[in-house]
Design a binder for this molecule. Structure first.
Ligand SMILES: [Cu+2]
Length: 341
């Protein structure tokens, strides 16, 4: 069979394109092969030898196939090869060897799985992660802190992540720090996670298709020294200071009358639980599933029409509805939001 030059091009170009994506520096923050903590390192230590074994077998098998193709190709039309039937030694060999290899790989895989599943002991930080369509909620039950989208952890301290969901199945994955864990409504899964280096932001995202904005349900894990983390927790524990006068005060009043407080908690002020807790919104760098940088322009676009910025389905109760705010109301609401530090 001969491929036409055009067909050949149509096959090769997409393959080269795929190959080139491997060079993307932008993908690097979610590189699984660059572990940044003991849990992901343990996964890496299992993966590396299995990959090496797979490469050896691949080269061996493919090499043999190519060698046989070249060595025994028909030299002319009536060149029939010598007919052979079976070779007991070979057949026993290539049954036992792979089986043995699989048993060895299986042993190390299962023991790693069992080990990863063991809950950490000692000075453990517990964080409850809850998947929502399409953002993440983080609760620190030991500290009575609730935040969204940006997960803050101290370094060198094991974190026990309790993974839940309020709607559909999501999956929590920060590749630099640990493997994936499904967030399943009605049950609680757990995941161990630990980071080495402070002052880093590790990216991740939801890895179980969960509807319209699945791709916009991103994760940021921000690491701190122990003392910085204590400071962050103390900041998060403050109740919001609500301005008594000026634009921010007008914004606070609108926050109530325009129904924001029915969906969003601002501690000591409103108690909604449909959307992210906004008590310390301005302690975050991003919003809406970490899609946008947190600043006035982005917030203005968001409040004008949330679904125009992030695909959601407010008609079905999913995501934030368009509240038909005037530019004046938006300005005041932003002035209020900016006080939520
Ligand atoms: Cu999701």
């Amino acid at each position: 069979m001969k491929l036409s030059p055009r067909l050949r091009l149509a096959t090769v170009v997409p393959l080269l394109g795929l190959l080139a994506t491997a060079c993307s520096r932008r993908a690097e923050p979610q590189n699984v092969l660059n572990p940044q903590g003991p849990v992901s390192r343990q996964l890496d230590r299992l993966w590396n030898p299995v990959f090496a074994i797979a490469v050896v077998i691949f080269v061996l098998v493919e090499g043999l196939i190519i060698w046989v193709m070249l060595r025994y190709r028909a030299k002319s039309d009536d060149d029939a090869p010598v007919q052979v039937h079976g070779n007991t030694t070979l057949e026993i060999g290539w049954t036992i060897l792979p089986a043995l290899l699989l048993v060895i790989i299986g042993f190390f895989t299962v023991s790693t799985l069992v080990d990863l599943d063991r809950k950490p002991t000692g000075d453990v930080l517990k964080v409850k992660v809850t998947g929502h369509q399409w953002w993440w909620q983080y609760d620190y039950p030991g500290y009575k802190v609730t935040t969204a989208n940006e997960l803050h952890i101290p370094v060198d301290r094991p974190v026990l992540v309790l993974v839940e969901s309020v709607d559909v199945i999501h999956s929590f994955w920060a590749p630099a720090l640990a493997g994936k864990m499904d967030a399943i409504p009605g049950r609680q899964n757990h995941l161990k996670l630990q980071a080495d280096k402070p002052g880093k932001t590790y990216l991740g995202q939801c890895t179980e298709y969960c509807g319209l904005s699945h791709a916009n349900m991103r994760i940021r894990v921000i690491t701190h020294t122990q003392s910085d983390f204590a400071r962050w927790i103390a900041d998060q524990q403050r109740t919001a200071r609500i301005s008594a006068s000026g634009e921010a005060a007008e914004g606070a009043a609108l926050f109530r009358t325009r129904g924001c407080g029915g969906c969003h908690t601002v501690s000591g002020f409103s108690a909604g639980t449909v959307g992210p807790n906004l008590t310390h919104l301005y302690s975050r760098k991003t919003f809406a599933g970490s899609m946008f940088d947190l600043n006035e322009q982005e917030l203005r676009l968001w409040l004008r029409d949330p679904s125009a910025r992030k695909p959601m389905n407010p008609n079905k109760g999913l995501g934030m509805p368009n509240l038909q705010l005037t530019e004046d109301e938006i300005g005041k609401l932003i002035a209020f939001l900016e006080t939520l530090t």
